[in-house]
Design a protein around this ligand. Structure first.
Ligand SMILES: [Mg+2]
Length: 412
């Protein structure tokens, strides 16, 4: 499942002629068969095979890749039954620590596009990109870029729905799975929504679906065309009102961001794998500067500094060090990053990605943080750089070592 396929699917995007600028742009991103995709990503020998993630023979299927789904295997099914349906499939136990690690990385990618990120689960989130359109392009361009970033950085695919509301955006991503992108323009909402089964309406579980079907309502359009009062009589005041609104595509719920500041990180996937230690260190320096600038923006200090190194074959190593005193200085953080990287002794290995993460964040420098004059000088210099960047733009101030590389941006 390569990037080429990723991009080809974009052609499924709905066309529209209306003016999108007067509407909100909500993006719903959902990883495809998340647990199974992470397992395949971590062990390339699993690729192309039917793969099921499940806890023990008596447990249930937590995730099945699309190869396994061809045999009718679905999440929540007993593992024993799945084994009978596809005896040749590979069954692996879940690795929850890995899932939350990948989830953190994905949520951080989202945060690069908008601060308005509402995670729904480890592998799924709403993004309100209305305010980001002027800088980052249309909803479709932003969605395409998110898919590209997730694939390049984490090696897994996702599906993206784009619409003026959360409800329609989520339906759209479900509709184009796997590995797709579907934008529903404002003037296409009812055309898209009305033919869907009633179970597409948010909050309609098997029980309500049964009640609606007993009333002869099979599609969303049937629900929309039923007089509101009749619907309320059948399923109650609150549910009736909500479903009536949703059936007409009306959903005004805001994307409610969650605090994603447990750590701040910056990572870079290289266009070509790198094997030159000097270039790699330069990249580490750039990422450290980027991450510490964000830290200072937020008035935070980090106690733990970690690095991530991903090899060409996707094997990934993380190393971290906790400091006696929290810091927000790029200079101090980079010294740690450099030591961590050097200690790995990975001369001439081909690297696909490096990342820097600042963790254990605290909101104030401790009083007892007595810094030497040199360190204090660095901190003051970095604050001055932040102020210049804020006033003149991000590219106005670069450290000397990066100037030669003029297409290289400090912050993307
Ligand atoms: Mg998913």
């Amino acid at each position: 499942m390569g990037l080429a396929r990723c991009l080809r699917k974009v052609e499924r995007t709905e066309k529209y002629a209306g003016d999108m600028s007067t509407y909100a742009t909500i993006v719903h991103v959902d990883m495809d068969a998340f647990y199974a995709s992470v397992a395949e990503r971590d062990d390339p020998t699993l690729r192309g095979k039917a793969l099921v993630v499940g806890a023990g023979a008596r447990g249930v299927v937590l995730s099945a890749n699309y190869e396994a789904r061809k045999f009718g295997i679905r999440a929540a099914m007993p593992v024993g039954r799945a084994q009978r349906m596809a005896p040749h499939a590979i069954f692996v136990p879940p690795n929850h620590a890995r899932y939350s690690e990948v989830s953190d990385a994905i949520m951080k990618i989202f945060a690069d596009f908008t601060p308005l990120v509402e995670p729904l689960s480890l592998d799924e989130a709403f993004l309100d990109v209305t305010g980001a359109r002027r800088l980052l392009g249309t909803g479709r361009e932003i969605g395409t870029e998110i898919r590209k970033r997730v694939f390049e950085q984490e090696g897994i695919t996702c599906s993206v729905g784009i619409a003026p509301s959360k409800f329609i955006a989520k339906l759209a991503s479900g509709h184009c799975k796997p590995n797709g992108l579907l934008e529903i323009a404002p003037d296409r909402i009812l055309t898209f929504l009305h033919p869907l089964p009633v179970s597409a309406l948010w909050g309609v579980g098997p029980k309500t679906a049964e009640t609606l079907e007993q009333l002869g309502l099979r599609t969303v359009e049937d629900v929309a065309n039923l007089p509101r009062a009749t619907l309320i009589r059948a399923i109650g005041q609150a549910a009736g009102e909500t479903l009536h609104e949703l059936a007409w595509g009306r959903d005004f719920r805001d994307v409610t961001p969650e605090d994603v500041d447990k750590s701040i990180s910056a990572a870079e996937t290289f266009a070509h794998d790198l094997d030159n230690p000097e270039e790699i260190l330069q990249e580490f320096l750039r990422l450290t500067q980027k991450a510490t600038a964000r830290l200072r923006d937020k008035g935070l200090f980090a106690k733990t500094i970690s690095i991530k190194v991903r090899f060409a074959d996707f094997t990934t190593i993380n190393r971290s060090k906790t400091l006696p005193l929290a810091t927000d200085s790029a200079h101090e953080a980079y010294e740690v990053v450099k030591d961590l990287y050097t200690a790995l002794r990975i001369e001439r290995a081909r690297l696909r990605l490096v990342g820097v993460s600042l963790e254990n964040l605290v909101s104030a420098a401790p009083e007892q943080m007595v810094l030497g004059a040199r360190d204090k000088g660095w901190r003051d210099a970095e604050r001055a750089i932040d102020r210049a960047r804020a006033r003149f733009g991000r590219l106005s101030v670069r450290p000397g070592r990066l100037i030669e590389n003029s297409e290289d941006e400090i912050d993307e």
